[in-house]
Design a protein around this ligand. Structure first.
Ligand code: GAP
Length: 514
């Protein structure tokens, strides 16, 4: 079995080798935790964004999308609570002088306990074979139950201490668990302190008049401040949603794990405005809807789970994460938050403007409650990419590297390959490309033996290869090879478009959400 760290290293190097993600400013030795999306990465990102946007905006007649500015009036961040409460608990190791997020140190410790559970499960599965009942094992094996209880107790205590801002107890927990600095190996810790994550900047040329601004740490506030504009101009009736995709910035101290935690990243957020009192119902519905969206991509039900928050953000009365099994374990991919009337209510206070909705059915005005869904586009990219990268042993004993990106998201849908570079085969290949490019991203490849080209396209994630050979000259048929099954079909050139469309058309994937 490939070790988790090895798998993750492979993900990072594959992303570079196949033109998905590059380190930013690499020629200057890079900028820590900042990445550029390359030719294939930009396409994959665009497709994920589109799949989200269509599922949220196009498929729901009560959700509309906006694109607000990154710069916002600085009072926005006072009102939202970010100036006072958008902090991370940090701890320094006195020997290595390295700084860590205290909660991440504790979560990493818990992940090690969870890895022990996985190990016990794998051992038992091997021992019991087909008769193995995982659920029963997880709930009855004393060692596993002990590990699970220990992990849950640690997370509970951490959540409660953070909630109460009891940073001394967070430090005490780190000490009790015997957590050591990954660099120095020592337990010589400072106290835990809070650190604000917003990036500051200035608007205006002269030093006296320049206005202090923040780069937005979430896109949500651009939606809240526009709530009434959208409601009135779109004549929206509650319940309704406003969606947005855009960049967000956080001065993450522990930015690591490749594109999982960055300082500049993209969020896909939707704020759903509802009647006060109905938040429990809508929170449940959006949890279910969002999980359905994830599952529609076919990346395995077992790779997702909900994690209900013990520690609630300053704006929420309930919150859950959809966690995904990344190569470094289950981690947050998306958050669903019941934000109450905190944001609109607070913007009312700070701006002095009413942000209320007149409900014609109740014949009264109120500040709507909000349920938010918030997913990181970069994190979704990492989920798709890391899950897709697989190494399979073939019948002939060779190993094939294949990037099984769901066809709907794949950057290039088909590669057209002339068997050889002469006899008129490249010309036919180009004709096919000229015809298909109106509907799909297609590429051309004539270098090397066709088998090697297939492998290259497998590794790049292209779902189809279309090979033009001498028989094509006689009967206008081609071979179409499927990336995942490696099956090959002989089909008429005229049939190729429909075969590809059947698998890549977003419509066919979105239908799974109905
Ligand atoms: N508006 C709510 C909000 O921003 P959050 O849990 O802080 O909530 C939502 O962020 C999502 O944004 C996360 O689930 C994650 O997918 C993504 N995200 C947050 N911080 C990130 C970072 N530093 N790098 C990449 N993605 C991040």
């Amino acid at each position: 079995m490939v070790k988790q760290e090895d798998k993750f290293k492979k993900v990072i190097s594959h992303a570079k080798e196949y033109g998905y993600v590059f380190q930013s400013s690499e020629i200057y030795d890079g900028l820590s935790a900042v990445y550029d999306y390359a030719q294939n990465g930009a396409e994959l990102k665009k497709n994920i964004r589109e799949y989200w946007w269509k599922a949220m905006v196009q498929m729901n007649d009560n959700i509309v999308g906006i694109d607000a500015a990154i710069f916002m009036h600085p009072t926005t961040w006072k009102a939202s609570g970010h100036v006072d409460a958008f902090n991370d608990p940090l701890i320094d190791n006195k020997d290595s002088k390295k700084r860590y997020r205290a909660d991440v140190l504790i979560e990493d410790h818990v992940a090690k306990i969870e890895a022990k559970i996985d190990k016990e499960v794998a051992k038992a599965a091997k021992r019991f074979g087909d008769s193995f009942d995982k659920e029963q094992f997880l709930t009855t094996n004393p060692r596993v139950v002990g590990y699970a209880e220990k992990a849950a107790a640690i997370l509970k205590r951490m959540g409660q201490s953070l909630e109460k801002e009891d940073l001394a107890d967070v430090k005490a927990l780190i000490e009790e668990l015997g957590i050591v600095c990954p660099v120095s190996g020592s337990k010589n810790w400072t106290d835990v302190k809070q650190f604000n994550l917003m990036f500051g900047t200035k608007l205006g040329a002269s030093a006296d008049t320049a206005m202090e601004l923040y780069l937005r740490p979430e896109t949500a506030q651009g939606i809240f401040v526009n709530f009434l504009n959208v409601q009135k101009s779109g004549r929206m009736k509650i319940p309704f949603g406003i969606a947005q995709v855009g960049k967000a910035f956080r001065n993450e101290i522990v930015a690591r794990q490749f594109i999982f935690r960055q300082r500049e990243f993209e969020q896909m957020e939707m704020q759903f405005f509802i009647r006060p009192g109905s938040q429990k119902e809508w929170y449940g519905k959006w949890k279910e809807n969002r999980m359905k969206w994830h599952l529609s991509l076919g990346m395995g039900e077992e790779n997702y789970r909900f994690h209900d928050h013990e520690k609630l953000a300053h704006y929420a009365d309930a919150a859950a994460d959809i966690e995904f099994k990344f190569p470094f374990g289950f981690k947050e991919l998306e958050g669903i938050h019941s934000r109450t009337d905190f944001d609109l209510g607070s913007h009312e206070k700070f701006s002095g403007k009413k942000l209320q909705y007149f409900d014609p059915e109740l014949n009264e005005s109120y500040v709507p409650y909000v349920v938010e869904t918030s997913i990181g586009l970069d994190r979704m990219f990492l989920a798709v990419f890391s899950h897709a990268l697989q190494e399979e042993e073939l019948e002939n004993g060779t190993v094939r590297t294949v990037l099984r990106i769901p066809a709907v998201l794949a950057p290039t849908k088909a590669a057209v390959l002339p068997l050889i570079k002469r006899d008129g085969l490249p010309e036919i290949a180009h004709e096919i490309i000229d015809d298909l490019k109106w509907d799909f991203n297609v590429s051309y490849d004539e270098k090397d033996a066709v088998g090697r080209r297939y492998r290259r396209q497998d590794a790049a994630g292209t779902p189809f290869c279309i090979t033009v050979d001498h028989q094509t000259l006689e009967d206008r048929t081609v071979t179409i090879r499927h990336r995942d099954s490696m099956e090959q079909q002989r089909v008429a050139i005229d049939a190729v478009r429909n075969i590809i469309a059947e698998e890549v058309d977003m419509k066919n994937w979105l239908k799974k959400l109905a």
